[in-house]
Design a protein. Sequence first.
Length: 627
Amino acid sequence: MTNTEIAKKVIEALGGRENVNSVAHCATRLRVMVKDEAKINKDAIENLEKVQGAFFNSGQYQIIFGTGTVNKMYDEVVALGLPTTSKDEMKAEAAKQGNWFQRAIRTFGDVFVPIIPVIVATGLFMGVRGLLNALGMTLPEDVTTYTQILTDTAFIILPGLVVWSTFRVFGGNPAVGIVLGMMLVSGSLPNAWAVASGGEVTAMNFFGFIPVVGLQGSVLPAFIIGVVGAKFEKAVRKVVPDVLDLLVTPFVTLLVMSILGLFVIGPVFHVVENYILLGTKAILNLPFGLGGFLIGGVHQVIVVSGVHHIFNLLEVQLLAADHVNPFNAIITAAMTAQGAATVAVGVKTKNPKLKTLAFPAALSAFLGITEPAIFGVNLRFRKPFFLSLIAGAVGGGLASILGLAGTGNGITIIPGTMLYIGNGQLPQYLLMVAVSFALGFALTYMFGYEDEAEVTSEATTERLADEAVTGTVVAPSEGVIQTPIVGDVVALSDVNDPVFSSGAMGQGIAVKPNQDVVYAPADAEVTIVFPTGHAYGLKTTNGAEILIHVGIDTVSMNGEGFDQKVAQGDKVKAGDVLGTFDSAKIAAAGLDNTTMVIVTNTADFASVNPVASGSVAKGDAIIEVKA
């Protein structure tokens, strides 16, 4: 399939051009702002060639194509008419989504992500210098001085970088921000590290009682100063006449914020920062590697939640204080286990599409980007994801026991080796990576994944055995789906909802109810029960994934008039009651109670055909599924 053909199918599965507000892309993902998430055929997108996974987060539907491919797919969908926007514009819209905590963490990410490359480069410089020393090379004094400049400058001026980036994110003038940040580390102030060492250098006492030092290496005070400074600058600009803005606004901003920064915000939040640092170190230094075990076990869950950028703040604080970062090794263990689980799925599956998806996703993980592995493979099959958390926890615990600490952040696994050459920890690092990989692979290969064809075959064998022993009759393997609703059959194409009538969700049929009861249409496992009670998802023993959607737009009723009788994970028999609903209340809400029965994984079968017409009673067949 060509990129153009894939792009056309992506647009179709997104609900058409009319359902897309804008599209942008980052290094690995196509990021789409849609009008109605319900109109996205997520199964269709995830099963497309070259798609490594897809998920909805921060107000965006994000389709993972991987580096390089995403640029080509972006060009294709834009050429086919999707409206574009910049990533910053999309972030501004997405920033309105989520609760206050999620928005705060995204803000941390927006501030610190642009700084990470500098910290990464500094860590690599440290690694190169350490490698030269390990090889016994004696560097000339001027070269040593030069390498010291390379490795120390970023941390000395870190507050300047943080204030600059914070001003940029919060809408202030970044130039004002960087000048304000550099004031905090001015050579006229006592150096914070020199004061902390307890030597002859002491803090300056302003007004006789306020101890003031430079904020070299500080992160949190610089961030708070940046937030307050950007908001103050915007407030000043609103009241200053335009003709005086160029002169007055930066002058007042720098004057007021330098006073607040040096005498109030700096001292107060420097103390707060120290307590955060002490708390972080206390967790990392828990006995028997418990700190690493806990962090390694939950890190990838935090990645899924989208709030993992909080680690950027903590890692930068550790690097600024000690020039080493224990988090890096622990996070590496978690990511290695994730990639190893994906490799195990790729090795074990006989599905050629899954193989071609799994191995590139695993490579991406080993280069430091785990989203394709998480959303494209592991979380999709659930067990590989959770087993990789166990392996990540063990690897993280080992990293803590070995005392691993990188000289930078932002790079892990294969590129991350450079952060452990200079400190002499490369053998221990490689051991930790090997253990994390071996455990993640072994757990997933043995317990975490089975091809669906194998599971179906086993289920069929069990069914035939039951028939032979008990003489009971079970639904045939072709997959006869009974009606979940008693009423009158409606062709799916006649349903007054384009998402269903177009077949975008899959093939199926609809029923206009005469009774207000939803029955199980086959022997199945309940995979989804919507909290509103208006829809159910089931998976039959032959692998058919069935969606029963009671009414059109009935999600807007917020559960009023609906009563579900089953829970996710329940096993049901054909004819069991799944729930009830009140057609009178649906009508009173001005809505249609026509109920759709859809086989959402239609593409997995040779045919999915409606077989009913007229009126249907309980137990009547309405859809025939053939493998």
